[in-house]
Structure formats: C-alpha cells, structure tokens
Design a protein around this ligand. Structure first.
Ligand code: ACM
Length: 507
C-alpha cells in the first residue's frame, strides 16, 4: 500500500503498510556501492531506521528524508519537549534524476553576509540540492578577497549608493553598500557545504560584468577608448559597455585571480561568466582590433572566444573544468567546457549537440528574481511571472534533445537568484521560497512531462507538511495568499519584460 507521507522531493518508490508509530531514534547506516551515486534505501520501523546509500551522499540524502518523516519539529534547531511525533513505517528507494541540482546566489549585486550563505547551504541540503553557485563578482561589487590584488576588495567591494528598483526617475538608497568574503570565510563556506555533500562553484564573471574590477584597477579596461580611471563601482543595474581589455596583461591578471580561487575552491567546476559582454569598446579600440588581426580572428565574438578558450585550457591544465553562461558558445568553445544555459533552450541544445555538458537554467523558467504572481502587491516586480506551478512544470531536458543521445549531456539544472532587488535575507527568502521547493522536485524526482505533472499533489504535500517545515526552519517564504505587509516594497518600481514569456511548448 502506498500512503502520502509528504516527502519532498518525491521519492522514486515508497512502500508502506499504512502503519505509523513511535520511533526509537536509532539510525543504522551503511554504503552499498552497487547502488547508484547519491541513491539510498531507507527503512523505518519501530526499532529504528536503516539507511543504505550508494555512497556517503546517498546516506546523507536518506537522512534528510528521515528528518521529514519525523515531522516539522525535526527542522527546529533543537528538540522541543513534546510527545515524540508518530513516524510512518515505510521503505523508500530513491535516487536523483540529475547529478547537478543547483542554486545560484548573486552575492555581487547585494552582498549576503556569510551566516546567510551558510544558512542557505542548510536549506539546499533539506531539499537535496547539491550545487551552490556563488556569483562573486559583477559591475556592482567584487566579493572575494584576492591577496595579490587587494584593491579588488578595498575598492571593488564597495559602492557609493544603490539604485532601488528600476523606476524613472530613479530611486536611490544613498547609503554606501558593500562587503566581501575573506579567503577563510570562503574556506568555511566550502567546508560547511562539503559536510552536506554540496559543491560550491565560484563564479568570477568576465570579460563583461567586470566594472568593479576596472574601478579597482583601471588598467584592466579599454583605456584607449574610455577614461577608465574615472569609473566607479557601478551603482545602477543593467548591461554595461565597460568591459575588460583583451590584452595579455588582463589574461595574466585573471590567471592570478583564478590561482587564488583554485586554492580556496577545490571542486571540479569554475564558472567564468562570459555573459552579456558588450563589444562596443572592442570595436572602437585600436588595441582590440590589432589583437583581432594578430590572432587572425573573424570578429569581436571570436576575440571573446579566444579569451574563454584560454581559460578553458588553463583550468584543464590544473585539473579543473570551465563552465560559463551560454554566450561562451559564440565563436567556439574549448573541449571539456560546460555551459550554463540561461537564454531559453537554444544555447543548451547547441552546446549538447556540440558535445558539451549543459546545466539548464533558463531565465524564462527558473530565474527566481522574476516575480511569482501578477498581483499588484508583489515586491519590486521584475521579469516574467514564474508562479510556483510554472516552476513545477519546468522541464530541464529540451524537447528537441529528449530521447536522443544528446539528452545525457544535460547533466543538471539550476535555479538562479539575481539580487538587484533582494537587498537582504528576508527579500531573498521571499523570492526563493516556496519556488525552490518545486524546483528541487524537478531536479531530483523523475516527473512526467510538464502537462502530466501532478501539481495538485505537490500542493497537497506542501500544505500538509512542507510549509510547516519551512516555518520550523524560519524561512520567510511567500505565503500562497500573497505577501505579508512587511514583504511588500511600496514605492520601489520594478520592470516587467514586455515580450511574452515563451513556454516549454515552444522550444
Ligand atoms: C545572466 O542572466 N546574465 C546570466
């Protein structure tokens, strides 16, 4: 007999005799390498639980499921004295659909203090997500201490003021904003995540989105086109023409940055950004044009590609793999590099067909900075409306790849939170939850196609148990009925995308 015990993400197989009762608290664990990576088998009975994992990660995910079975109070930081919750006696066999189940925090646009990052690692673990991608650098801030280039954080981590929303005329918060993680803070974050079987992927974004670095070291910019010494850490949002110069000196500088990044982040993947690099300055720059001629390149896209390929090889020589946003495909990509596809399915399809691994994170589906309802009380409405149901019906494998050998190139999926309009943890919680819960089920569970998914069943499990778990964890999620007064942001205008959102049917 199968009973609904409100496990989220939904396990592959759950068997129950329909019984529940007291639980001794004993947990026996072991590893059986004949099970797939991260898989587990969990048996719960009156005398305790047994978890057999395919590896230690599998055992860990099994523990997360057991915690859910023990009731919402199991998510408090300490036990509270009450009758122990009745636990359903079940057998669960479970394994993830995708190896990369990611979440990106943009800590560049608004700095998120270390404790908040550690808390997010706990929240990812609860939902069996296993990659935390930290967007550490952008035009509006540089958040990682680099010892050999101290001005990156002395100057680049701070901005004079901050635009609030996207209104016209602009609304400003005139207080300076900033912050950065020391190398030891980041080591702590990495170690804390590793204890939870979560990999931290650092992103150093270049050659675009690099104005904070140029503000710190003006020689990194296109000095033959603009007075880069006059540039400050950007206070406003949007796509920015001030990009790195394609010179050897800039390559050496970023090698120096990445050498220190590799010392702190031991994981396989290093994200080098590569998105939204406006080529206007390269078109105007005699230095950039000379470089194009010297390297016999076709155009500025190939110039970017030359920089990215350089770092693809540089990372490979150090046993690491490059991942970047899907623009890195333009002009060709080094072998072994992976692509984070954010512009609908297109880049992911092209990358997979060209033999590159792909992480699907299209902005049309899983950008959690986008608004989650079309009501007029939503705080700082931005992007397209992605409701909880929309996220639940997101399918990471593009229909065109499904059933082909290229589908295996989709190694995973990721939800991204850009932080222009999320200035603190409360705002982050509101944007991320409950949608990350739906996303976690998409990433872990083998759900049917988007139209066949049982969203009503997911909502039932949310209402029966998972909102209570989030309450116990202290997550400031968006209530199904809409924002609480303190979750609104009256007077801060947003900016909705005007083109209709293309849905999965139209891939
Ligand atoms: C991106 O959203 N610019 C990757």
């Amino acid at each position: 007999m199968t009973i609904d015990v409100s496990v989220i993400p939904a396990p592959r197989r759950l068997e129950s005799a329909g019984e529940s009762g007291p639980f001794s608290g004993d947990v026996r664990t072991s590893v059986d390498p004949s099970l797939p990576p991260e898989a587990y088998r969990l048996t719960v009975a009156a005398d305790g639980a047994e978890i057999v994992g395919g590896d230690e990660a599998g055992v860990f995910w099994g523990r997360q499921t057991l915690r859910q079975l023990r009731g919402p109070d199991a998510f408090r930081r300490a036990p509270i004295a009450r009758e122990p919750a009745a636990v359903p006696y079940v057998t669960i066999e479970d394994e993830p659909r995708f190896a990369w189940r990611g979440f990106m925090l943009d800590v560049a646009r608004h700095f998120l203090p270390k404790d908040d990052v550690l808390r997010y690692i706990d929240l990812l673990a609860v939902h069996k997500l296993n990659v935390l991608h930290l967007h550490l650098t952008d035009d509006q801030g540089w958040r990682v201490e680099i010892e050999r280039y101290p001005r990156l954080t002395e100057v680049g981590a701070w901005r004079r003021r901050t635009r609030r929303g996207w209104g016209d005329p602009a609304v400003w918060d005139e207080r300076p904003h900033g912050g950065f993680y020391t190398r030891d803070d980041l080591r702590e974050i990495v170690a804390y995540a590793a204890e939870r079987h979560i990999a931290v992927v650092p992103e150093i974004d270049f050659p675009g989105h690099a104005q904070a670095a140029i503000a710190a070291y003006p020689e990194l910019g296109n000095t033959d086109v603009v007075d880069t010494a006059a540039l400050e850490v950007k206070t406003d949002w949007g796509i920015n023409p001030n990009v790195l110069a394609p010179t050897d000196a800039v390559l050496r500088f970023y090698e120096g940055v990445l050498e220190e990044v590799l010392e702190v982040f031991p994981g396989e993947f290093v994200h080098i950004g590569g998105d939204e690099c406006v080529k206007d300055q390269w078109r105007a720059s005699p230095t950039a044009q000379a470089r194009i001629r010297e390297l016999k390149l076709k155009d500025e896209d190939e110039l970017q590609s030359w920089m990215i390929r350089h770092f693809g090889r540089w990372l490979a020589a150090r046993g690491r793999r490059l991942i970047g946003w899907d623009e890195i495909l333009e002009g060709g990509l080094a072998e072994g590099a992976a692509v984070a596809c954010w512009r609908w399915y297109r880049g992911g399809i092209a990358a997979a067909e060209a033999g590159h691994d792909v992480v699907m994170c299209p902005q049309q589906e899983v950008y959690l900075d986008h608004v989650q309802d079309d009501g007029d009380q939503e705080p700082v409405p931005f992007g397209w409306v992605h409701t909880l149901e929309d996220v639940y019906r997101f399918e990471p494998v593009p229909p065109r790849l499904a059933g082909t050998p290229h589908a295996d190139r989709v190694i995973g999926t990721q939800a991204n939170l850009w932080s222009e309009a999320t200035e603190d943890r409360r705002r982050v919680d509101y944007q991320v939850f409950p949608r990350l819960v739906a996303f976690a089920e998409v990433a872990w569970s083998r759900l049917p196609g988007p139209d066949e998914r049982d969203f009503a069943g997911f909502e039932r499990r949310m209402n029966a148990a998972h909102y209570a778990r989030l309450d116990a964890l202290g997550v400031g999620y968006r209530p199904p009925s809409g924002p609480y007064p303190w979750q609104r942001r009256p007077g801060i205008p947003g900016r909705m995308h005007d083109k209709p959102r293309r849905t999965w049917h139209m891939a």
